[in-house]
Design a binder for this molecule. Structure first.
Ligand code: ZN
Length: 369
């Protein structure tokens, strides 16, 4: 839903004070991961984004930057998969350097498994390698609308295709190398097409096994290079019994994969309309988890309080599974910075904007005690 209701509108600026004015002694103990997740900038926006990292992220003690890169990099291993306008190595190094200077860990993201298309557009992997498509019989519509007869939200690749991993793993290795990082975010959210009845490889296979198999394969490849895997948590939650539904949880039986994947996969548990307590569920299953708000400042404030309280009040074995907060932004930096700095307005959204949410969450984080 976060992307279905893709958010380009912006709002009248409400000025909050930056959270960095509050003296901190134990923020690293209470909220070890303080994240910010956003689309990677296009090349023309890199310098502004670097300034934003320095001026707004570092000052609020953000220490983790998840950058959704996808095909916005001039990949050398697979130049055929580059976006037409894409970041150069020099662009990436500007981001890497400002993050290093401010002790911010950069975690690049390429969507794996799901999110291989958006609306009527097929993304690069399946456009160049249509044989990897889990549902080749589902034709992309001229004009996309939801709901639709095919249940087409986004295309997936087939996790059992014998050639898909050679391609996606080389992208993954290359993007981790250029960002000089020891962690990679594989997305893996909102996978609606999995184990399709018409797929010659996946038909009839348990969907939880398919999802867990893919997570495990990606995790093992990263682990062989001493890198961590981060994913969104929604496919591991039962959408029916929890009432969380098909977006922020699973209605296609992938949720049992929670007991099948390695425990060192870090879970990004996103909930945007309510402060669901599913971080506790992940932590009790033995996972490290971060809670992710988006555009609702009131929900974010509760989520920060919850995270600190869960961490402080849990049994010793579990405390360290509550790792922190990641503010998610479902646009690129240009749109976000325009809203953040009050250059664009959207009366309709009121206070519920990603930038207000970011300010509120980080004011709370910096006040945590
Ligand atoms: Zn398949």
């Amino acid at each position: 839903m976060k992307r279905l209701f893709h958010y380009f509108s912006v709002v009248a600026l409400v000025v909050f004070t930056a959270g960095n004015t509050v003296a901190q002694s134990n923020i690293d103990t209470l909220v070890p991961i303080r994240g910010f997740c956003i689309g990677a900038p296009k090349p023309a926006a890199v310098d502004n984004f670097v300034k934003f990292i320095k001026d707004e992220l570092a000052t609020r003690k953000v220490n983790t930057l998840i950058l959704r890169v996808d095909f916005n990099y001039q990949f050398e291993s697979h130049p055929e998969l580059r976006d037409s306008v894409a970041l150069s190595k020099a662009d990436v190094k500007k981001i890497v350097n400002v993050c290093k200077a401010n002790n911010i860990r950069v975690i690049p993201q390429i969507n794996l498994l799901g999110h291989q298309s958006w609306a009527a557009t097929t993304h690069n992997l399946l456009r160049v390698y249509p044989q990897f498509d889990e549902t080749p019989h589902v034709k992309m519509p001229e004009k996309y609308s939801w709901p639709n007869a095919d249940g087409l939200y986004c295309k997936s690749y087939c996790p059992l295709h014998p050639e898909v991993h050679a391609v996606v793993f080389s992208l993954m290795d290359e993007i981790c190398d250029v960002f000089e990082t020891n962690a990679f975010h594989a997305g893996m959210d909102e996978v609606f097409y999995i184990g399709d009845a018409k797929c010659p490889r996946c038909s009839g296979v348990d969907k939880a096994d398919l999802f867990a198999g893919e997570v495990t394969m990606i995790r093992n490849h990263l682990a062989s290079k001493n890198r961590e895997l981060w994913i969104w948590g929604d496919r591991l939650l039962d959408g029916k019994s929890t009432g969380m539904g098909m977006w922020e949880a699973s209605m296609n039986n992938t949720h049992r994969a929670i007991d099948l994947i390695p425990k060192d996969v870090l879970i990004c548990d996103w909930h945007y309309e309510r402060a669901d307590k599913s971080a506790v569920y992940f932590a009790m299953k033995g996972f490290k988890v971060v809670t992710c708000p988006w555009r609702n400042p009131k929900v974010a404030a509760v989520q920060v309080d919850d995270m600190v309280r869960f961490r402080k009040e849990s049994a010793a074995n579990m405390q360290n599974n509550f790792q922190g907060i990641v503010q998610t932004v479902w646009s690129g930096p240009d749109n976000f910075m325009d809203g953040f700095y009050g250059k664009t307005k959207d009366e309709k959204a009121g206070e519920n904007t990603p930038w207000n949410c970011f300010r509120t969450a980080y004011t709370k984080i910096n006040e945590a005690k």
